[in-house]
Design a protein around this ligand. Sequence first.
Ligand code: IPM
Ligand code: MN
Length: 375
Amino acid sequence: MTHKIAVIPGDGTGPEVIREGVKALKAVEDTVQGLGLDLEKFPYGADHYLETGELIPEEGLNRLSEKDAIYLGALGDPEVAPGVLEKGILLKLRFYFDQYINLRPVKLYPNVPCPLSGKGPEDIDFYVIRENTEDFYAALGGRAKNKTHETLEISRSIYNAKFDTDIEVEGDEIAYQIGIISRKGAERAIRFAFELAEEKGLERMTSVDKANVLSHAYGLWREVFEEVAEDYPDIETEFSYVDAVTMWFVKSPEWYRTIVTPNMFGDIITDLGAMIQGGLGLAPGGNINPEGVSMFEPIHGSAPKHAGKNKANPLATILAGQMMLEQLGEEKAAKIIEDAVIEVLKEGEVRTYDLGGDSSTSELGDAVAEKIRER
Ligand code: IPM
Ligand code: MN
């Protein structure tokens, strides 16, 4: 079966790590009989934006809609104001394709240095399922009580009752950002998490929120969690506050099996998750729409300071490729990639700087591709 895959290398170290990811995909395509991968590159990112003023055009979205998956490097460039590329491309794609799940495995592989003393691969192996389209990412908000016309109107309509109406005074300026949890959005993310736990035989589900303070939004989240949990009586459930979870990730990561959480807390705790699995160089993620076009990427950013040095660790991107194949139903090919990564790590001869070695991005990619071809 042939899968049509869009490749967006992006910015900074993105093209270097995606090159190695593609190398692994090609190796597995050659190894697994009947597997076809039809890759097409797309130029979106900082250079394209600076040259053309275009982030991602309608025509690009249409062409991506025809693909079975998107394989993304990283976005972000010091030449472009923060947020422009992230919101204009990365979040745009997540929203446009309604990729409502952000699946982030937190897994410490053998022979990877872990900053937690006394913890090994048997202690760190769980999934974070991050809701990916709502919460504070819904981009609802504004500024008011400043001197611009639109915000003047907003401030009149929303805040007149509460604030002095002298909106010409700049010192009174306010900003507000609203987090949204919808019943449907929470339900589909939580159900996906339970389905995954069931499929993988994982016995515990932790809902991470902050319902003690943000009780409107996360109160609804909890209600929906309890409703959905009833359909999975064999899975043990618990609620945990996000601040406590950051502590427990460090103290007792072995407790966790599957975690489901709204968007922003999911963003934050998966960076911590990446550190306990050996660093951002090892942490992949999938932006998933189970009925649509999903997108796979390393969870790290574009790391501009390392760009062009053939230095970055490509394993997170290679493992994102593994997740992509799994989502496409190519379990066997996916497992070959993961096994190859594990073997290279176990041998420990080819290691990038973050793993304490001095191998280059391409040397590590070559080592993985070679292991794949040995299957
Ligand atoms: C991530 C990133 C993005 C996010 C940024 C770049 C918009 O941090 O994928 O975790 O906040 O989701
Ligand atoms: Mn993040």
